[in-house]
Write a protein that binds this ligand. Structure first.
Ligand code: GLY
Length: 563
């Protein structure tokens, strides 16, 4: 095992910058986010006696300020809570399609109009973040909204010093920011990209956040902020109305649950993709991955096949539960999992196109994740998103926040792919008032009723497979949480029928063996992007109760901190 870990670390040292090779450890509590100042905000709330939910809400608002590509109030997300009293809660605050939006508005000459979806207001769903965070605080938090929002307001009002990790994101979109004066005046410094060490001030966002802190969700969904949003949206071809905003509700339901090698895995039901994560884990439960070895051709083969079958089901059957009867129970039933395993041949790649015709069930960017555990035994996993980095790259009026372009996650034309090259079916077809299917899967793992892991990541369709691999790295390959998060990754999503890998994820010999089995290996992602996510994970030592946390080195502004 030591040898195996050593070789992983050598591989990582040579090819991937590792921010942390050893995890941050703590006795009482831990916060892991994609931006170190947001991590500090969460920790400060916990030290003041707040619980993990108070900290999660404070971090949610803080990331909207210090991680504006992805943290947001103009988007939506999913929250999973494990309470110290043993109760587990899922909060769905995913965006919704406006009531007047029709699919044909997003189609031009029989093609999906990507420009409209990704850069216009027609691709924006009704935002859910403010309702979701405020609902979580009201139901399960202990502190007033004004107090938990104070750090975010301060960071927006007084500004914060940009690090290399922050500048990396801001600097990517200079040309797009230049197209809109109200965006350029905040996110460019005299028309140029920000540099490391400069201060980013967001006084308009501070004002918006102050209104929410004072008046609660009403300020965002009915007041002046709502009016500005709708004015900007309708002036630029969007169809969202004040009624869409006023009608938005975040929903509380139960997590999807499965078991993997004696661990209880809880994740996000639709519109999240925890069902798909659970389907992969359930398939893999029968294969001795640990014996096969980390990134051996054999263990990769079974993983890829689990990914292929689970993604085929996801993209065919799953959608907003308010519109679609999701067959989650059937997909996770032992009988169905057995049928899938019978199709998987040793040493031979499966065929995604063949699966397209024969569904086995006989029935009909960018995002950010954070994980928090508190001193009382509560745990929270939140993934929330604007979809693309900085959403549609537009700020409504002088509200200071970016709007999402989440509706790209819908099937707009069945059989045609979206920005993540996902080919999805009718269950996820855009409809007025519907929530698009998400890959987000904030996940909490228990062992013998004790908290074991909190994990999640951004990364579009790769979210599900990244979480799978980190779980395996810990449970099957016995890595510490920092190693598990840093280890190189791979991904398969049914179609395209290729295996996407991080540079140097597999040895040349393993690639040869996989190609011999029939796999097409592609270094990079289908979208051509380099975003392999940003896992934020916490693990609890089941013997000592100590926490260890790791922020993904792929998102260098992040930090894990505990006390
Ligand atoms: N917008 C990416 C996702 O929710 O899967």
């Amino acid at each position: 095992m030591r040898k195996c870990l050593l070789s992983i670390m050598v591989l990582l040292c040579c090819h991937i910058a590792i921010a942390q090779s050893a995890p941050e450890t703590s006795k009482n509590a831990m916060v892991v986010t994609a931006q170190h100042l947001a991590t500090n905000v969460g920790l400060q709330i916990l030290k003041q006696g707040g619980n993990a939910i108070d900290a999660a809400v404070a971090v949610g608002y803080a990331l909207a300020v210090v991680h504006p590509c992805c943290g947001n109030i103009g988007g939506g997300g999913l929250m999973l809570i494990h309470r110290a009293n043993g109760k587990n809660i899922f909060i769905n605050f995913r965006e919704k399609a406006p009531a007047k939006l029709q699919r044909d508005m997003l189609i031009h000459n029989n093609k999906v109009d990507n420009k409209k979806i990704l850069f216009g207001y027609l691709g924006s769903g009704v935002p859910g973040t403010v309702k979701g965070l405020n609902l979580a605080l009201k139901k399960y938090g202990t502190m007033p909204l004004k107090i938990v929002m104070q750090p975010a307001i301060r960071l927006a009002q007084h500004g914060y010093k940009l690090t290399a990790g922050d500048v990396k994101f801001l600097g990517k979109f200079t040309d797009v920011f230049r197209q809109h004066m109200n965006v350029a005046k905040i996110f460019l410094k005299s028309g140029k990209p920000y540099k490391v060490g400069q201060i980013l001030l967001q006084s308009e966002l501070a004002h918006t956040l102050s209104l929410i802190a004072q008046h609660g969700s009403r300020a965002f969904y009915r007041g002046n902020i709502a009016k500005q949003m709708i004015k900007a949206i309708q002036a630029h071809g969007g169809v969202m109305t004040m009624k869409d905003l006023a009608d938005y509700r975040a929903k509380i339901t139960k997590p999807v649950v499965c078991h993997y090698r004696g661990y209880k895995v809880m994740s996000s039901p639709p519109p999240g993709s925890g069902t798909t994560l659970c389907e992969m884990l359930s398939i893999l439960n029968a294969y001795p991955l640990s014996k096969m070895g980390f990134h051996s051709a054999e263990s990769i083969h079974y993983n890829i096949e689990a990914m292929r079958y689970a993604f085929a089901d996801r993209n065919h059957y799953l959608g907003d539960p308010a519109f679609v009867d999701n067959p989650a129970k059937k997909l996770l039933s032992p009988q169905y999992i057995k049928i899938i395993r019978q199709q998987i041949k040793a040493n031979k790649a499966g065929n995604s196109r063949a699966l397209l015709k024969k569904h086995l069930l006989q029935e009909s960017p960018n995002t950010t994740h954070y994980s928090i555990v508190d001193q009382y035994g509560n745990a929270v996993a939140v993934t929330y998103t604007l979809n693309s980095f900085f959403g549609n790259k537009r700020i409504p009026g002088n509200t200071g926040f970016f709007m999402n372009d989440e509706l790209d996650d819908f099937t707009i034309i069945p059989g045609k792919s979206n920005q993540f090259h996902l080919i999805q079916g009718k269950a996820n077809l855009l409809a007025p008032g519907k929530q698009p299917l998400s890959s987000m899967s904030p996940t909490i793992i228990m062992k013998n009723n004790k908290l074991f892991m909190v994990v999640g990541t951004p990364g579009g369709s790769t979210i599900i497979t990244q979480i799978l691999e980190v779980i395996e790295n810990v449970i099957d390959f016995h890595m510490n949480i920092a190693e598990a998060v840093a280890a190189p990754r791979y991904h398969m999503q049914w179609l395209p029928d290729k295996v996407y890998i991080e540079p140097h994820a597999f040895s040349k010999e393993v690639i040869k063996q996989l190609e011999k089995m029939g796999y097409k290996i592609h270094v990079g992602l289908a979208s051509g992007e380099k975003r392999w996510g940003a896992v934020m994970a916490i693990k609890r030592n089941l013997k000592t109760g100590e926490y260890s946390g790791a922020a993904d080195p792929r998102r260098p502004a992040g930090a894990a901190r505990g006390y």
